[in-house]
Design a protein around this ligand. Structure first.
Ligand SMILES: Nc1ncnc2c1ncn2[C@@H]1O[C@H](COP(=O)(O)OP(=O)(O)OP(=O)(O)O)[C@@H](O)[C@H]1O
Ligand SMILES: [Mg+2]
Length: 327
C-alpha cells in the first residue's frame, strides 16, 4: 500500500512551546483519515506544516512524495486545502469564487468552465452558481469551499474542521459530500475535528492527538473495541459496589461523580444480573443505562479527561436509558 503522507518526528514550536511534538504518521492513498483532538491539540499546526504554510521546527514530512521542507511548490500543486476559518469572497457568486481560484492555479478558461460545473454538481450547488455567497447558509458555504479545494484535481485534500459550528443535520450532509468526493474524485482526505462522532462515522482511521502528540491511532472500531466491551452507567447506593465485583463479564468499574461506569462484555446479560444482585441485597438502583463505547471514552481512558463538553446531541442517540426503581 502506498503512503501519500509520511512524517518523521514532525515538530513545531512557538517560542519554546511545543505545539506539535515529534509526530510520526503514515497516511495511505485513498484513505479518509482523521486527526481527532481537543482545542489546542496541534491539529491545525500539523495541517499547516503538511500544506507548507508553516515550516517545521524540526523533523520532516513528505506529501505525494515531495518534501515539505525543500519542494514546497510541488507539494502545493498536489494538494487542496479548506481552512478552519471561512475564506470565500462574500461579494462574489459561487461561480466567480471557483473561477478565481482555478485561475490562480493557472487552469485554461475552457477547462475551468467544465471543471467548475463538475465540482458544483458534486456538492449539489449547481442551481446556486450565480448567487452571491453572502446569501448562502453556513453549510452551503462549507460545501462551496470543499468544491473549491477540489478544483485543480489535488491528490490530497486537507479539511480543517469541516463542520465546525454547523447544526447536526447540516453536519451529516457535509459528511455525505466528503465521502462521495473521497470516492468519486479518488482523492485522499485528511480532516481535523474535535467532534468524536465525526471522526467515528467518517474516517477509515483516526489519529487521536493531545498536547501535540499522537496518543492512539487505528480504525474507530478497533479503538473502541480496545476498551473491552460496552459501558453501563449506574446510579445506585455505594453498598452495591462490592457485590458487583462478583459478576463475571464485568471488566472494570470506575466511580465518577456519584455514578459508576462499568466496562462489561456481553452487557445486555450483565444488566439483569445487576438487578438481581441489587434486589437480593435490598439496594436501590436509581438509574441504569447501557451504551456502546465512543471515541470520547477512548480519549477519556488514555488522558483522563474529556475531549470537550459535548454531552447533549449525537451521543444520546446511542443511549438507551432505562429508568427503574426496584424495591
Ligand atoms: N502562531 C502561533 N503562535 C503561538 N502559539 C500558537 C500559534 N499557533 C498555534 N499556537 C499554539 O499551538 C497550540 C496548537 O494550536 P493549533 O491551532 O494547532 O490547535 P488545534 O488542535 O488546531 O486547535 P483548535 O481545535 O482550537 O483548532 C495551541 O496551544 C496554540 O495556542
Ligand atoms: Mg485548529
Amino acid at each position: 500500500m502506498t503512503n501519500v503522507i509520511e512524517t518523521n518526528k514532525l515538530t513545531r514550536k512557538f517560542n519554546g512551546f511545543t505545539a506539535v511534538d515529534s509526530i510520526n504518521l503514515q497516511i495511505r492513498k485513498g484513505e479518509l483519515f482523521g486527526l481527532l483532538g481537543p482545542n489546542g491539540a496541534g491539529k491545525t499546526t500539523t495541517l499547516s506544516m503538511l500544506s507548507t504554510i508553516r515550516r517545521p521546527t524540526s523533523g520532516t514530512a513528505r506529501v505525494n512524495g515531495f518534501d515539505v521542507n525543500t519542494q514546497q511548490d510541488e507539494v502545493r500543486n498536489s494538494i487542496g486545502i479548506v481552512f478552519q476559518d471561512p475564506s470565500l469572497d462574500d461579494e462574489l457568486t459561487a461561480y466567480e469564487n471557483l473561477d478565481f481560484h482555478a485561475m490562480l492555479y493557472g487552469m485554461p478558461a475552457g477547462q475551468r468552465m467544465e471543471r467548475i460545473k463538475e465540482v458544483l454538481e458534486l456538492v449539489e450547488l449547481s442551481e446556486k452558481r450565480n448567487e452571491q455567497v453572502k446569501r448562502f447558509s453556513g453549510g452551503m458555504k462549507r460545501r462551496l469551499e470543499i468544491a473549491r479545494g477540489l478544483i485543480h484535481h489535488p491528490k490530497v485534500l486537507f479539511l480543517d474542521e469541516p463542520t465546525l459550528g454547523l447544526d447536526p443535520q447540516t453536519r451529516r450532509n457535509i459528511w455525505d459530500h466528503i465521502r462521495e468526493m473521497n470516492k468519486s474524485e479518488d482523492v485522499t482526505v485528511v480532516i481535523t475535528t474535535h467532534y468524536m462522532e465525526e471522526a467515528d462515522s467518517l474516517c477509515d482511521r483516526v489519529a487521536v492527538i493531545d498536547q501535540g502528540k499522537i496518543i492512539a491511532l487505528d480504525s474507530p472500531d478497533k479503538l473502541k473495541h480496545s476498551l473491552g466491551g460496552d459501558i453501563i452507567s449506574l446510579e445506585a447506593d455505594a453498598g452495591l459496589l462490592p457485590h458487583l465485583k462478583k459478576i463475571k463479564n464485568i471488566k472494570k468499574i470506575k466511580r465518577m461523580n456519584g455514578e459508576m461506569s462499568i466496562s462489561a462484555q456481553d452487557a445486555e446479560h450483565v444488566i439483569p444480573a445487576i438487578f438481581e444482585i441489587a434486589q437480593k441485597n435490598k439496594i436501590e438502583i436509581h438509574s441504569i443505562s447501557l451504551r456502546h463505547p465512543t471515541l470520547e471514552d477512548v480519549f477519556l481512558q488514555i488522558t483522563g479527561k474529556s475531549i470537550r463538553d459535548e454531552k447533549a446531541g449525537a451521543m444520546d442517540m446511542f443511549r438507551t436509558r432505562i429508568r427503574s426503581r426496584n424495591r
